[in-house]
Design a binder for this molecule. Structure first.
Ligand code: NAP
Length: 308
């Protein structure tokens, strides 16, 4: 039995563990793979306060050490279910185990949807990126492409248009899912070229990305775009399905919760990229971790005060 079980050992979950331990509550963090989460894939973080440059790997390792140093337990197990039992929550794991807690923080994050092209994974950090805010600065005065037609792609393209020499916006239709105002802003940018009704069919690369081949979906014609960076913004996949019976999910699968990180289930809180929010960044994930833990501690203290 722990006061708080945190599901997910990324920046949000580990920050939650730090805050909960500093409030003297017992904490177990369940992590399915490696502590650090998605940030492990970022070679150089330069938009988190204090450290001008830190690798995602170092960041993950240091936050993990900080949480452990404060007494958080960490178990490498995948949580696959959550159910209520009296006043307690029971977290079910893939190996058939169970962990009982007074409160639970869901910090499972979300995954970038991939294009599914050969070499895509190998080229992450070598020309392929899923985060313009994180990596855009490495492409100053270079030619890049953004693929996607939602608000993320449109905002990424606008952000990159301020930095890059040229931005291709590649989208599989000629209508956009994102807001028309963003489309109009992009049309006004002289260094943005729309490549519509087109899909990326090949990444051309040796060590680093050199070009992409795009195929026109109407006539099958292929064009090669020489570039240094490809920003993939084709949506995200939040990892919440295992908890859908307990918390409310929006149409895209994110947990519905406000800035206080309360879900509809008393004692279940959410922190990080799997929560409904407009900006998914390291700094907003850690902020959520602090908030969710603070609220979870208040909830647990309330139970303890009532002798539950
Ligand atoms: P999204 O709205 O789901 O858009 C994903 C885009 O990627 C769509 O245009 C889709 O094309 C395209 N796509 C999906 N799979 C693809 C594939 N395999 N190959 C090529 N293209 C593919 O995702 P998002 O842009 O990440 O936005 C997610 C949510 O966050 C949205 O609700 C969005 O409005 C919101 N958001 C809000 C803000 C803001 O408020 N400032 C900023 C960013 C995002 P189709 O259109 O053809 O399906």
């Amino acid at each position: 039995m722990h006061d708080i079980v945190v599901i997910g050992g990324g920046p949000a979950g580990l920050t939650a563990a730090i805050y909960a331990r500093r409030a003297a509550r017992s904490v177990l963090v369940l992590e399915a793979k490696t502590c650090g989460g998605q940030i492990l894939n970022t070679p150089d973080i330069e938009n988190y306060p204090v450290e001008a440059h830190v690798s995602g790997f170092d960041f993950g390792a240091r936050v993990e050490a900080q949480a452990r140093g404060l007494g958080a337990e960490i178990a490498f197990e995948k949580a696959v279910g959550l159910r209520r039992d009296g006043a307690d929550w029971v977290v079910e794991t893939a190996k058939g185990g169970e962990h009982r807690a007074r409160a639970v923080i869901l910090a499972t994050g979300s995954e970038n949807r991939k294009l599914g092209l050969p070499d895509e994974e190998r080229l992450v950090g070598r020309g392929v990126s899923y985060c313009a805010t994180c990596d855009g600065n490495f492409y100053r005065n270079k030619v890049v492409a953004v693929v996607g037609g939602g608000n993320t792609a449109l905002e990424d393209a606008l952000y990159l248009a301020d930095l890059a020499e040229k931005v291709y916006l590649v989208h599989r239709r000629d209508g956009f899912r994102g807001e028309e105002t963003n489309v109009a802003r992009l049309k006004a940018r002289p260094n943005v070229e729309f490549v519509l009704n087109a899909t990326v069919r090949r990444l051309v690369a040796e060590k680093r990305l050199q070009a992409i081949e795009v195929e026109d979906v109407r006539d099958g014609s292929v064009r090669t775009l020489e570039l240094k960076g490809l920003f993939v913004a084709v949506g995200r996949i939040p990892e919440n399905q295992n908890f859908a019976s307990v918390v409310e999910l929006d149409a895209s699968g994110y947990v519905v919760a406000g800035e206080d990180c309360h879900t509809r289930a008393p004692g279940v809180f959410v922190a990080g990229d799997n929560r409904v929010k407009p900006l998914r960044q390291l700094v907003t994930a850690t902020a959520d971790g602090a908030m969710a833990a603070t609220e979870a501690v208040k909830y647990v203290n309330g139970l303890l005060d009532r002798g539950t």
